[in-house]
Design a protein around this ligand. Structure first.
Ligand SMILES: [Zn+2]
Length: 421
């Protein structure tokens, strides 16, 4: 009994619960309202890719403000009079922005649907570095005509769920209902404005991609959700951005219009590469918190290349991609480009070396890596990757790779470097 009481007390006192109520009105206005268990003077955001909340979040009551901490660079909320508070609310700008190192807070669909990333809304009362664990009671309210969806969940009016402080997930709010007739494969939410050929490709490519990765990587534990969206731009910018969070794959295109893009040379090949790259991340099972981003980005690039080769994609295109990676890897001063371009070439060399003994090459290394990290989530991921590499090749080869990678990152300007492995 005494032990139970202590355990219950510990539990009650080690978790700070934050209520996060997101709402969309009939007039298409978006709000977020926070409630904290205790009065606080400052509330910090968990994720701070930049300071764009300052422009995009508008406090509903005067006397509250958003600012950037001069030491940490993190965004926070406080009152102008310095007084404590236990609730605060904002009106939000629900438009698409690409954040360089984070998921887009909002992605828009041309039929009025919107998807938003919960991680953007996670805050820590007082400080994010305290010993407290944070728990978030999310709610989403929307007009009754809309569907509020998370993987395997769909409600009208209101949906409630709970999350920890780790990454987050993407919530869809809009006219597309859950298709209950399809129990296998992917849940798909595809923007109807995407060209029909692209929509068809998405639906048509998912089964063979799934089969390809199922043969080579540990199977997915849950049915994934694919969200494909598009937002128009007026300033000439165009492109695409993808991401995987949990078992959700996000594909977003932006630009003046899609119609002209689909006729561009290699649009089909580029799109397939992009989707196959994100598929690889899905099967990497969240193993990309690693600061050595070349490990997962390079592997995703290589897995995309392998898939495209397996379906006999135009070899001129594939050579062009490899030569592009070689050129960038030789000269780039940008750490992101090094992760992808050099990462692809390093992954290809690792694959060739492993294939001398094991036919699935890099995929086999990743199979073991994903399994080992699932068994021991606190393992040093980089260390583990090189240990497994040494097992599948040799100590000498693994050490050569370490040195080669470290030397390349050392050539970058100081602030762009990652710690040497
Ligand atoms: Zn990637």
């Amino acid at each position: 009994m005494a032990i139970w009481l202590v355990a219950a007390w510990m539990k009650a006192n080690s978790v700070a619960v934050v209520d996060v109520a997101v709402s969309k009105t009939e007039q298409d206005e978006w709000f977020v309202a926070y409630h904290f268990e205790e009065v606080v003077e400052r509330v910090y955001f968990v994720r701070n890719p930049d300071s764009s909340r300052l422009q995009r979040w508008d406090p509903l009551e005067s006397g509250y403000y958003l600012a950037v901490d001069s030491e940490s660079g993190d965004e926070y909320v406080a009152r102008t009079d310095g007084a404590g508070f236990n609730s605060v609310a904002f009106q939000l700008d629900p438009t698409y922005i690409a954040l360089r190192k984070d998921y887009a807070p909002f992605s828009t669909f041309s039929d009025g649907g919107v998807s938003w990333f919960t991680g953007r809304f996670k805050v820590c009362p007082k400080s994010c570095s305290s010993a407290l664990a944070f728990s978030y009671n999310f709610s989403m309210q929307a007009p009754l005509r809309e569907h509020i969806r998370l993987p395997e969940q769909s409600e009208r009016g209101e949906l409630n769920w709970r999350e920890s402080a780790s990454d987050g997930q993407v919530v869809y709010v809009g006219p597309q209902a859950l298709d209950t007739s399809r129990q296998d494969g992917f849940e798909t939410i595809i923007d109807p404005i995407l060209p029909r050929s692209l929509q068809q490709r998405l639906r048509q490519d998912v089964p063979p991609l799934t089969a390809y990765f199922n043969q080579r990587m540990p199977p997915l534990s849950e049915r994934p959700m694919l969200l494909a969206s598009f937002s128009p731009t007026t300033d000439g910018r165009f492109g695409y951005q993808g991401g995987v969070v949990g078992n959700q794959m996000l594909l977003h295109w932006y630009g003046h219009s899609m119609a002209e893009r689909v006729t561009a040379p290699y649009f089909v090949e580029d799109t397939l590469w992009f989707i196959a790259h994100e598929f690889a991340h899905l099967y990497q099972a969240g193993q990309f918190s690693n600061e050595q981003a070349w490990i997962h980005e390079g592997a995703a690039e290589f897995m995309a290349l392998s898939y495209l080769r397996s379906i006999r994609t135009n070899s001129i295109y594939l050579n062009h991609r490899l030569q592009g990676a070689q050129a960038k890897c030789n000269t780039s001063q940008d750490s992101f480009e090094v992760h992808y371009a050099c990462g692809l070439l390093w992954a290809a060399d690792i694959d060739a070396q492993i294939q001398a003994t094991y036919p699935h090459g890099l995929f086999f290394l990743w199979y073991m890596y994903v399994q080992a990290l699932a068994d021991d989530p606190y393992a040093d991921a980089t260390q583990l990757y090189f240990e497994l590499l040494a097992q599948l090749t040799s100590e000498t080869f693994a050490q050569q790779m370490r040195t080669r990678v470290a030397l390349r990152y050392e050539q970058l300007p100081q602030q762009a470097q990652v710690p040497a492995p």
